[in-house]
Design a protein around this ligand. Sequence first.
Ligand code: TYM
Length: 350
Amino acid sequence: MAFVERVFSGVQPTGNLHLGNYLGAIVNFVKMQETHNCIYCVVDMHAITVDVDVWGGPTQLAHNTREVTAAFIAAGIDPKKHIVFNQSQVSGHAELTWIFNCVARVGWLSRMTQFKEKAGKDRENASVGLYDYPVLMAADILLYRATHVPVGEDQKQHLELSRDIAQKFNNDFGDSIRGHGFADGQFFPLPEPMITGPATRVMSLRDGTKKMSKSDASDYSRINLTDDADTIAQKIRKAKTDPEPLPTEEKGLEPRPEADNLVGIYAALSGRTKQDVLRDFGGGQFSSFKNALVELCVTKLSPIASEMKRLVADREHVDNILIDGAERARAIAEETMKATKDIVGFVRKR
Ligand code: TYM
């Protein structure tokens, strides 16, 4: 069966949405609205997999959920034409996770590098939820039988796991799937990661070998979507570089992670390629390139920051977007859950 093309992606409400989230994911969310039906989710159930002092507690979680929603809308996601909601409002995410827990193998999860990084040395003390995180992610996507998933490069391994879970489910239950009217035995699609653009992995401004991240102790390592113009300018001017002028060819960026990162950010924000950017700035000093980058960042990000501020202040409006989105998401999710339960053999009311 050919699956109807559908996009799903999620962002955690863990505070400090940054340029990496924007360029690696949200910009592509906006683009995909033109060609696909899209579902964009604020994944609050994922956020609580780390310690409560890390995600900030109930008041902070609710605030961050509204802030991520505001960022989606401010960046150009249309919650009427597409679906925007928070994960915990649709119980199917948790239900399908349980079924997938029984499909996924311990060995698969043990290979997940993000778990190893986040759990650190004290693995025994990590939450079971953190270990199970990628299974919940597979359930997020497959609850809507989504076919395309725009994400940054760091999510690639999790997407591969989602494909493995979909495939094993289809294999394990093949006869039942066919018996329920899916002639080719494919109930879940194998979701396709969409990792595109010149900034699929935006790096820290302090260290070009480390990913820009919400959890970095130094605020100078990232540009937050809520930063004002002065803060953006300061962070870019302080960003680590090297003493050489910018190269004229993209190849010349390879051994220079900081230069590569800043050129990638410029390219992504201006909708051009890195080579195009080097055509303008190659051979020049960092100082003038940084001035241009400050101007571009401020021009692109300031309107988003001020729209986010306005939306966050209008709590009822944001909550209504999430409630309306959840209703429409639930309708799709319920269809998938009914069919999944039938396929597995769970007795239910008809
Ligand atoms: P999260 O909240 O960490 O990040 C949200 C999105 O931003 C991307 N991203 C980056 N892209 C480029 N450079 C960076 N430095 C950078 N940092 C983050 C991430 O790749 C992601 O696309 N597990 C996911 C959320 C999730 C999800 C899903 C995604 C839950 N369920 C189902 C897709 C489908 C996460 O932690 O994203």
